[in-house]
Design a binder for this molecule. Sequence first.
Ligand SMILES: Cc1cc2nc3c(=O)[nH]c(=O)nc-3n(C[C@H](O)[C@H](O)[C@H](O)COP(=O)(O)OP(=O)(O)OC[C@H]3O[C@@H](n4cnc5c(N)ncnc54)[C@H](O)[C@@H]3O)c2cc1C
Length: 440
Amino acid sequence: MSEREHISVDVVVIGAGLAGLASALRLARAGYSVRVVEAESGPGGRARTDWHEGRPVDRGFQVAFAAYPAFREFVREVGISGEDLRPFVGGGAFFDGAHWSQLSSSPKSIARFGALSPADRARCVRLAAELRFASPRTLLARDALAPTTEAFLLDRGFSRQAIDAVFRPLFGVIFLDRTLAPDPGYFQFLFSMLVRGPAVLPADGLGMIADWAAGAIRQAGGHFEFGSRVAALVREADGPVTGVRLDDLRQIRARAVVLAVDAPAARVLLSPVDPATAGGIPTDGASVTSARFAVDHSLYHGRLILLNAEPDTGESPRIDLLCQTTNVNRHGAVGGPHIVIATSIGDSDATAAGIEDAVERQVHRWNPTFPWASAAQSLGVVRHPFAQFRPLAGVRRRLPGPRTQVPNVVLAGEFTTHPSLEGAVSSGVTAADIVGRQLG
Ligand SMILES: Cc1cc2nc3c(=O)[nH]c(=O)nc-3n(C[C@H](O)[C@H](O)[C@H](O)COP(=O)(O)OP(=O)(O)OC[C@H]3O[C@@H](n4cnc5c(N)ncnc54)[C@H](O)[C@@H]3O)c2cc1C
C-alpha cells in the first residue's frame, strides 16, 4: 500500500468549483486538515479559464456583479484587490435588427434608454429605486409574487414590447433561459445586483478567483488532489460516512465530507447513502454553448456586451450574446489578440462548426464590414448541458439545502441556493460553518 492510501483528514471537500473552494478556505483557515478532491486537472469548475497568447479565455461568458455580497467577501479573502475586478462600465448594447441602444446600470442611463417607451422607462426607474436598497435575502424570498418573471413584469405594468426588446435579451443571458420563466424573487435579486453596481470580470478571467483561492487554501495548510474522481462515499451500515473512495480505488478517511459537485454528480454520489435528499436535487438544468475566438483586429470598442434583441425567428443556433472580453479584463492593453466569446442559449444539436458559422453570420449582421473570416481564429466551442439549475416557480423552495440525513455529509453548490457565482460561494461558506460546528 502506498503512503497515499492511508490519508486521513478532518474534511474531504469533493469538487474544486467556487462552492468547494469557499468551503475549503474557511475550514483550512479554521485549522482543520482539508483535502479537496477534484476530477478536473485544476480548480474552478464552471468558472475556469484557459489561456491564449497571454490572454484569459473563459470557458463560457460569465460575469459577477460587484454587489454580490458573499462573492465580494470571498474575493477579498483570497487577496484579489478591487482594482483587479474590471467593470463593464458601458453595460450592454442591444441590437433590435435595425438600431443599437445602450444601457448601463445608472438611473440616468435607464432614464435615457431608447429601446424603452417613456412609460416603461419610468417603471424601470421605479423598480430600480425600490430594489436598490432591499436586502438580498428578502428579495430572494419573494419567489411567490407571480408564477414567472414574465408574469411579474406584466403585473408591474411593463409592456410586451419592453419585455421582448429588453428584459428577454438581457435576463435571457443571465438566466441562460429566454422564456423568463424563473421565479420573480430570483429576478428581483438579480435586478437589484444590477442596479447596485457594475458587472465585473477579474483581470485574469474568472478562473483567477479559483486560482487565487487554491493558493490561499494551500497556504492555510489544505491539499488538493486534481485529476481524481470520487467514485463513492464510504459508509458502514447506518453510521456516519467514514470517507470517500476514488476511481482508482484509493480511500481517503475523513470526519466530515463536503459534497460540492454539480447537481447531476451530487445526485449520483449521494443516492446510495441518502436517497431522500438526493431525490430533491434539481434535475432541470439550463444549457448553453460558448464559442471562443482570438481576433486580430478589434471587433468593437468599449467595455460592454452586445446583446441580440431581435425577435426569435426559429433560426438555430441563435447567437444571444457576444463579448470582446479583453476590452474589459485587458482594458488599456495595446494590440491583439482580442478574445471574443459568443453565447448560444439552450440545447443545440449544431456541430461546433455550425455554432462558429452562426457567430460569423451574427457578426456580419452587426458589423457588415468586419473581416471576420480572415481575422478570427477559433479557440474551441464549450458545451454546458447543465450550466445551472432552472429556478422555476417553487424550485428554490424545494432545494435540499446544505444538510443531508447523514449528519457528517454536507452539501454545497449553486443547486443548494441559487444558480449563480454568488449562490455557489455562499453555499460553500454555509457548508463550512456547519462542518466547523460539528467538528468543534
Ligand atoms: C456558461 C455559463 C455561464 C454562466 N454565467 C454566469 C454569470 O454570468 N453569473 C453568475 O453568477 N453565474 C453564472 N453561471 C453559473 C456559475 O458559473 C455557477 O453557478 C458556479 O460556477 C457553480 O459553482 P459550483 O462550485 O457550485 O459548481 P462547479 O463549478 O460545477 O464545481 C463542481 C466541481 O466538482 C467537480 N466534480 C464533479 N464530480 C466530481 C467527482 N465525482 N469527483 C471529484 N470532482 C467532481 C467538477 O469537475 C467541478 O469542478 C454560468 C455558468 C455557465 C456554465
